[in-house]
Design a protein. Structure first.
Length: 626
């Protein structure tokens, strides 16, 4: 909450990007690339419901309203057997349950959005609620500066929990968020002739029953619904089109915990999800019908299930084990995929200060994201496995040393990892992805691996100073028989070095200061190194064709920036509490490379230019609670 943020918008995902092993995608974006994986290999859960698109504004802000959050946990390796379905990480987010004693209001006004949260008891001590809403006014702000961008997004989180008895509690939580863009000409006459827009939204619902059988056995049984959809519409003169894609999930899961004895805590459970994919729903009218034909789109179903059993075992005062086995399966049309996913993690305590941890995990993923861009666009499509596109599989091992320095309230860790991945996907050269129901014919199966070393020094908030320093050196490669002449190449977001320095200093009871400095090696791209001419079909002219270097063989320039934030708080003894956040993003205006453009010089030669995105951005936010 206290760290610098773009426009004063606190974003938990951007804070996670400051941790070792978690890389950002493009500058300012909320994408996560964990230990050499892609963004779709992260399992993102909001109150147990899967979130397919975690970003607003093309991925520059996450959908998570900080005021509604209770707990955030990210797992990069040593995965418990209860998690499955993705290769690289689990981001498990729980929302607040509401105050069952009295009413509370939290809120904030920033440069880009405002938010408000209300919580309180419905039946004191037994039933409570929380309601949290956020809405951006980016469209209104840009209008002041003579820019017309009719875009906005909004979020709504709600949760109710009811304690039926000492042994039974019911929870219901829901999230609804949407991005809206509606472009049209300025004049009312032209609005009838031209228009373009899109809507993109997430909708999740979770009903959870928590039951205590006795002092040793507990359970959580959940019914979960998730919907993600987008639609793009346009019109000009007498032509109009409408393109839609959606995913609809309905699932049930049960998790049990059994305390066998003081040294063994057994966890077991099962889950089932029915996925319904509807890509490329199209409606068109006018002359466009000759090139864009109306259709209902393919109906793709996937039945995904899993069962697991795991145990937390204290073998001795020095050795603790977490081991388990997960069996997962997926039915796609007439094809059944299944497999075992073993997990094991061990912690050896050297002394009261230090320990060594090691882990091995196998993960399977039965769906993938087909994206035509490196940023999050409403044209990105999720697809299930098919007869030709197999499930992605990863095997990861890690080894780390952890040291706690009590007198400094500081933890130090060094961790190495190696991850091998099979059945990864990439596009064929010249692949057609949009409005293509036979997408699997455009995709290729390959493999990859990643490895690296992660360092973290974390100073807990005791005293006036707190913060952390993280550094990651890593490699991520891919290999496809049909790409790059079958030779191994670096992944697009293979960034060799990532360094983050984060500090918070409490000046006095009313003033605090925070700073973030980051450095990252540049992402990669495939350059054009020459051209050649060939006669065209009519033999009257020639076509100029590019010659490419090896895939992703050139790096963009490294990036670095400094963000600052000053927090001014009012007197704490007041019932109404407020604070000002005055800060900036990218203090010394060092723009980070965002994309590559080919520019033709006067002599006909071509050169590359690295376009930056965000320079110096001031921020101002006002937060309150009572």
């Amino acid at each position: 909450k206290m760290l610098p943020a773009i426009g004063g918008e606190v974003d938990v995902v951007k804070v996670l990007q400051l941790m070792p092993g978690v890389q950002k995608g493009n500058e300012g974006g909320s994408g996560m690339f964990v230990r050499g994986g892609t963004s779709d290999q992260n399992l993102i859960l909001l109150d147990e419901a899967t979130v397919y698109n975690p970003g607003h504004l093309f991925g520059f802000f996450s959908i998570f309203n900080n005021d509604a959050l209770k707990d955030v946990q990210i797992i990069k390796g040593g995965f418990p057997a209860s998690y499955g379905g993705r290769l690289s990480s689990v981001l498990d987010i729980k929302t607040n349950e509401g105050n069952n004693q009295g009413f509370k209001v939290d809120g904030g006004i920033g440069m880009l959005s405002s938010r408000a949260t209300l919580q309180g008891p419905i039946i004191k001590d037994r039933m409570s609620f929380i309601l949290s809403a956020r809405r951006t006014y980016l469209d209104k702000v840009l209008k002041v500066f003579k820019y017309n961008l009719p875009y906005y997004f909004y979020d709504l989180n709600a949760k109710i929990n009811y304690k039926l008895s000492d042994k039974n509690t019911i929870f219901f939580s829901t999230y609804f968020g949407k991005d809206v863009l509606n472009l049209s000409s300025d004049t009312s006459k032209a609005e009838d002739l031209f228009g373009f827009g899109f809507k993109l939204g997430n909708y999740t619902n979770t009903v959870r029953w928590n039951h205590t059988y006795n002092k040793k056995l507990f359970s959580n049984v959940s019914i979960i619904h998730t919907n993600f959809s987008y639609n793009i519409s346009g019109k000009f003169t007498d032509n109009a089109f409408y393109v839609k894609s959606k995913i609809d999930d309905l699932g049930v899961k049960g998790d049990w915990e059994y305390y066998l004895n003081a040294k063994n805590q057994i966890r077991f459970g099962a889950s089932f999800i029915h996925h319904n994919f509807r890509p490329n729903i199209v409606n068109s009218s006018g002359e466009l019908t000759s090139s864009i034909t109306s259709r209902d789109g393919a109906r793709l179903a996937l039945e995904e299930s899993g069962i697991y059993l795991g145990n937390d075992q204290e073998v001795s005062p020095r050795i603790k084990l977490n081991y388990g086995l997960r069996f997962s399966s997926a039915l796609a049309k007439s094809k059944v995929y299944s497999g075992l996913e073993p997990r094991v993690a061990i912690r050896y305590t050297i002394d009261e200060r230090s320990s060594i941890k090691a882990s091995y995990s196998r993960m399977k993923q039965y769906m993938h994201l087909v994206s035509s861009s490196s940023i999050s666009l409403p044209t990105d499509l999720w697809y299930p496995v098919t007869e030709s596109i197999k499930p992605q599989v990863s095997d990861q091992v890690s080894l780390g040393y952890f040291l706690g320095i009590t007198e400094w309230a500081t933890n130090v860790s060094v961790e190495a990892y190696y991850k091998k991945m099979n059945n990864l996907i990439e596009y064929k050269e010249g692949a057609k992805l949009m409005l293509n129901d036979n997408f699997d014919r455009e995709l290729l199966n390959g493999k990859g691996n990643s490895y690296g070393l992660e360092f973290l020094i974390n100073k807990s908030p005791q005293g006036k100073f707190s913060g952390w320093a993280s550094y990651t050196i890593s490699w991520a490669t891919r290999q496809f028989d049909e790409l790059n002449k079958g030779e191994k190449f670096f992944a697009k977001f293979d960034r060799r070095h990532n360094l983050s320095l984060v500090g918070l200093y409490k000046i006095n009871d009313y003033l605090s200061f925070s700073a973030v400095w980051v450095f990252a090696s540049g992402s990669r791209f495939t350059p054009v190194v020459g051209q050649y001419a060939i006669p065209n079909a009519s033999l009257t002219d020639v076509d100029v064709m590019p010659i490419y270097a090896s895939r992703n063989s050139v790096k963009m320039s490294p990036s670095h920036r400094l963000d600052l934030n000053l927090i001014v708080q009012q007197k704490k003894e007041r019932r109404f509490k407020s604070e000002w956040h005055i800060g900036c993003y990218n203090l010394y205006n060092q723009t980070s490379p965002y994309k590559i453009e080919v520019v033709k010089e006067d002599n006909g030669a071509l050169k590359y230019q690295q376009k930056g995105l965000f320079g110096f951005l001031p921020s101002l936010a006002y937060n309150f609670k009572f």
